[in-house]
Design a protein around this ligand. Structure first.
Ligand code: SOE
Length: 401
């Protein structure tokens, strides 16, 4: 096994920064060979690419992502680009014999996600998807608690991902353009909570019983000349009139879990007052858990087996390495807390571990796993548009019906 892992990153916006930070710090907090080396970053805009590479410590930079992917020195390709190009880049990297880690959602469309998974099944490289919230220690602990059977038979799952940056003042960035993003809050935010619920419960979502897809703001300010601008307010260029938003601002749906629990999901960019409230609650016969990313170092736990005068919700401070809390040993002393960026460093550590032949701290989504999340995304949209329940076939031979 090589003692060094040469990484090529494609993308230099929000996720390019989050991933660069992860590759820059993973070797300092997790001593797991092979050591990732920040070899090449590829980006579209030559004007800011050199500064980005210098700021984050990438040895090389290029505007030719395919050259980076096919470079024989590269071992792992990290895709941090808009959804519509995930398939082209991931398939090229797999065919070049690389390991591939791709941002979420796996793709903007189910067909792209299926093509990526098919290519992965034929390739030698391992695949990974940046569903980073699995590696927030409190979410990883929730997974362990539920997988231990502590909640007993599951009755209800309730998940919501509530942001509010999508107001009328937000220009028509790529996330509001269906030909690039595939969908709006649905693929961007719902994907996270579908993955998190699948991860924590260990169960598949087997049907969508009803769904609503809605676009509140149909016209948004065009940004002069660029569709690549990231989240609100960072659009380059000058106002060039108004354009049609072609994606949802919000999607809500009801579903059933394989074990029989009822589930509700809500994703929106217009939940005024919430900025990154990624939250879920799970209720079982013997207990319940609740998580809210806006208090990301805490996990709520209710032990119904201890009913009585002292029964109540416990708030677990998930920062204690001495108590075996996931990832805590690698970071700071008890109760010093972690942030959003640490979930990416934790994931980079698990990716390196898996390439080095070791197990991750908690299960890692590969393309095949992320395709299951993509099938649920698709089923919700079909259910909303056709106004009918949709069963989801997860035996990896078909999609949703
Ligand atoms: C924008 O909604 C966004 O950056 C998502 O794309 C990320 O996945 C999420 O972690 C934060 O919000």
């Amino acid at each position: 096994m090589k003692d060094q892992l040469n990484v090529a990153l494609i993308g230099t916006k929000f996720m390019g920064r989050a991933h660069s930070n992860a590759w820059l710090n993973v070797g300092k907090f997790f001593f797991t060979p092979p050591l990732p080396m920040m070899h090449t970053v590829a980006g579209r805009n030559p004007n800011d690419l050199e500064e980005f590479a210098e700021r984050w410590g990438w040895e090389h930079h290029t505007t030719d992502w395919l050259a980076a992917v096919e470079d024989p020195r590269i071992d792992l390709v990290d895709i941090a680009t808009p959804n519509h190009i995930h398939a082209e880049q991931a398939i090229a990297a797999l065919e070049a014999g690389k390991h591939v880690v791709c941002e979420k959602p796996l793709a903007g469309t189910l067909s792209d996600a299926e093509a990526m998974t098919h290519a992965a099944e034929k390739a030698d490289g391992q695949t990974f998807v940046w569903y980073n919230y699995r590696r927030v220690p409190a979410v990883a602990l929730a997974h362990r608690i539920v997988q231990s059977g502590a909640l007993g038979r599951l009755y209800h799952v309730r998940a919501a991902y509530l942001q509010s940056w999508g107001g009328p003042e937000t220009p028509l960035v790529w996330r509001f353009q269906a030909d690039i993003a595939g969908s709006g809050a649905h693929g961007d935010l719902q994907a996270h909570i579908i993955d998190a619920v699948r991860f924590v419960t260990g169960e598949e979502i087997v049907s969508v019983e009803g769904a609503i897809e809605h676009t509140f703001i149909e016209q948004r300010a065009l940004i002069g000349g660029t569709a690549g601008a990231e989240i609100a307010g960072t659009g380059a260029g000058t106002d060039a009139g108004m354009g049609q938003s072609t994606v949802d601002d919000a999607v809500l749906f009801l579903g059933r879990m394989a074990g029989g629990a009822l589930a509700s999901f809500e994703a929106t960019r217009l939940a005024t007052g919430y900025h990154n409230a990624n939250r879920f609650e799970i209720h079982g016969e013997d207990g319940a858990i609740r998580f809210d990313f806006e208090r990301m170092n805490e996990l709520g736990y209710y032990d119904a087996r201890g009913e009585g005068a002292t029964a109540g919700w416990t708030v677990i401070d998930v920062t204690r390495g001495g108590d075996g809390h996931p990832y805590a040993e690698a970071w700071w002393p008890d109760s010093h807390g972690l942030g959003y960026e640490h979930s990416f460093v934790n994931q980079a550590a698990d990716i390196v571990s898996m390439i080095g032949g070791r197990s991750p701290v908690v299960p890692m989504p590969d393309f095949k796993d992320a395709l299951r999340t993509q099938r649920v995304l698709e089923a919700a949209i079909v259910s909303a548009r056709e106004r009918m329940p949709v069963s989801i076939d997860h035996d990896d031979s078909g999609g949703s019906s």
